[in-house]
Design a protein around this ligand. Structure first.
Ligand code: KPL
Length: 320
């Protein structure tokens, strides 16, 4: 069953202020949340598109009244050569970390110089590659633990209401009206003073859980067993040490606590990296444990446990 609800203000009256690049599960979830709070939002087409609008479908299993009733709504598709591009005030990039540079670079010529960019992906790294190319634009970063499943191309189901943290990284800050609108639209979200420590904390969770579940072909919950504890401790100790050399002081026992809390809360789940390997897809290992190793190298440190799991996942990927 499907219901229709349309915001007339978004149908053809004016061009969107906010565009989303990347229409995967997270991109569609953020799009729905912005649309539902009345924000004018569209998807940026990555190739010339003749589509002016796209109908999307959203359902949730995690609200106070979960329902199988799918909500349908329409959002504009902004063509690469459209005049609307010049009016954008914020571009939210929701592609995988390893796709960020390839996806964003073609738009840097045409995107207005006062259009802010927000990167929202797992892992770390693209913010450093993008920074020199911003040409005066502001850059914010974010992380989200919301659970969402893509049922078909334009159909998603929200499965979890995890925390979303957003914050400024470099250049001019995002207009206060827009940052407030984002926080009001995304449930369980906050605008933080320092986003980089938050990204390292999320990195710690992914660095410990993702490769170990992919290598051992197990659920997240299995990692609570004693046989994995030395490995998890080593991954986190190395991350902690590297982050400290990057100027980010993290609390070691908090990292451990957070990792084991996620292991417990998501015990039945298969991590995204486990699923990527199972489906023979490229993983985000380069931006997770690989990022820790790269930052270690910058500081002349070694991170042998992260290096080991990085190589093990690379070997699994090479067999596809
Ligand atoms: O973010 C995740 C992932 O799978 O990528 C965790 C938190 C590990 C949950 O599975």
């Amino acid at each position: 069953m499907q219901s229709h609800r349309e915001h007339d203000s978004q149908l053809g009256l004016g061009s969107p202020d906010i565009a989303i690049l990347g229409a995967g599960a997270v991109g569609q979830l953020i799009c729905h949340q912005l649309w539902a709070s009345g924000i004018s939002v569209g998807f940026l087409a990555r190739e010339p598109s003749t589509h002016l609008w796209q109908t999307l479908s959203f359902s949730t299993t995690c609200s106070a009244s979960p329902s199988t009733l799918a909500e349908q709504y329409r959002v504009p598709i902004i063509a690469t050569d459209s005049d609307s591009l010049a009016k954008l005030r914020l571009l939210i990039v929701c592609v995988k970390a390893y796709q960020v540079m390839e996806a964003v670079t073609p738009f840097l010529e045409t995107l207005p110089k006062d259009c802010h960019i927000l990167l929202l992906h797992n892992g770390m790294g693209p913010h450093l590659a993008l920074e020199p190319l911003l040409d005066g634009r502001g850059l914010s970063l974010g992380t989200t633990s919301q659970g969402v499943l893509r049922q078909s191309t334009w159909q998603i189901t929200q499965t979890g209401q995890g925390l979303t943290q957003l914050g400024h990284f470099t250049g001019p800050e995002l207009e206060i009206g827009l940052s407030k609108a984002l926080i009001a639209a995304i449930p369980n979200s906050e605008w933080v003073e320092a986003i980089i420590p938050c990204l390292w904390q999320k990195l710690a969770v992914n660095a410990a859980i993702n490769p170990l579940t992919a290598i051992n072909q197990c659920t997240n919950g299995k990692l609570a067993e004693a046989q994995f504890s030395a490995m998890i401790t080593d991954i986190l100790d190395e991350l902690h040490w590297v982050a400290e050399h990057d100027g980010i002081l993290l609390d070691k026992s908090y990292l451990q606590q957070r990792v084991y809390q996620v292991i417990q809360l998501t015990a039945e789940n298969f991590s995204s990296m486990h699923q990527d390997v199972a489906h023979k897809r490229r993983t985000e290992i380069d931006q997770i444990n690989g990022y820790i190793c790269e930052r270690a190298r910058v500081h002349n440190l070694s991170a042998p446990t992260n290096e080991k799991v990085w190589q093990q996942i690379k070997q699994l990927e090479a067999k596809y």
